[in-house]
Design a binder for this molecule. Sequence first.
Ligand code: NAD
Length: 478
Amino acid sequence: MAPSPAPYWVAGRPRTGTDVVAVRSPFDGAEAGRTTNATADDVEAAVSAAAGARTVCAALPAHVRAAALDHVSRRLAERSEEVAALITAESGKPLKWSRLEVTRAVSTFRWGAEEARRWSGSLQRLDTDPAATGRMALVRRVPRGPVLGIAPFNFPLNLVAHKVAPAIAVGAPIVLKPAPATPLTALLLGEILAETDLPAGAWSVLPVPNEVAARLVQDPRLPVVSFTGSVPVGWSIRESVPRKHVTLELGGNAAAVVAPDQDEAALDWAASRIATFAMYQAGQSCISVQRVFAHRDVAAALTDRVVEAVGKLVTGDPTDDATDVGPLIDEQAARRVESWVADAVAAGARVLTGGTRNGASYAPTVLTGVPADARVSCEEVFGPVVVLDTVDSVDEAFARVNDSRFGLQAGVFTRDLQVAFRAARVLEVGGVVVGDVPSFRADQMPYGGVKDSGTGREGVHAAMEDLTEERVLVLTGI
Ligand code: NAD
């Protein structure tokens, strides 16, 4: 007998529709579980409940919001092995990385609870102006309104956490739409949210096809859209609802720069980080290392080390504890990567390792001699491919990093403080990581992109600011 479908969540209540969706592992097609698409009536009920809960959520005491977030954090920790196994089953992410994702989400919710307790306002004196003598302003941030959160497949839990935790922390109702390939983890999170004391309407989790999601984007009762996903979908959403508050966390072709000051030990570190975080999640992270610009003095030594480190990565079954690199999300994605690499090779690139496909799996691949206009360099590969390039100066490297329509984060391996400061000044990205790859992210820091990579910032505190706007109360006679 087929397993019963996981319920979706409408205003905190479990619901089941009739349109059954079987979710399968991209590695071997094994069924990870089932759910049903939300019915039209349930979609309407979720949106109207979110709109109706606007005032009650905004007025929730901080201790209630924080307790709910703490509860989610604790329960995710208690159920961590089950949650990690589900992430792996539906996304093909190697178990070790799924465990890390759960650890991150535990911290995202815990940090949300701490921020909810701290979230306050400020007192602004106005009597610097004679006309405002005797007046002060109490400035608070209030939710802009119910949020539509749209999440991608590559972090089925943590990018959902980055939508849900800040919304709860500020008291904004949220309707969450998980990715079609990976809805099950978000639905399991719903089980945990249902154990909290949050009011009905505070949250819903709706698996729906993209056409329904596109209609939700247009719904005026959801004035805030927080979208993480691909560049074309993100910007088309932005353009379709110019009067809404839209946050876009989109893709990129992140780069690492290796300065000439790197000694043997530093090169070992740089190479191992580049190899790991170019291939991490089979390259399906928006801040995977895709381009490396190494100074001529260290390029050969770095290349040898990167090729060696990539060769040591264990590929294969994502449920195996030892696996470093699993499949892409589907065979079509792997075929696209294969064709992009073939195009680069036809244009003169050399494959130093990898370059083969097996179903949805693509071998970790290191390329050199890639023309700057090849898609593996100038588009987002979103696959386990890294392009190594040699430059004559750090400034040339910085110019090459900036020669991109994307700008999420950049990594700079240097021991020279001046180079680090210059990187922070000139690189056109949302964040510069000195001493590591661009793939580093912590929940406390603002995170997001410039150029085509997006607009607005996430990271729990930054997202709380993004979901709210200032409201002023002017006090007279004090
Ligand atoms: P995608 O754009 O295909 O889908 C993202 C989400 O949007 C899914 O839930 C999808 O169902 C939904 N969607 C698709 N069409 C829609 C429409 N017309 N209206 C409303 N919703 C719609 O992206 P993906 O393939 O799931 O994810 C990969 C992309 O996400 C990559 O480009 C990656 O770089 C990016 N990403 C960015 C970040 C970041 O924080 N910057 C993090 C992770 C992933």
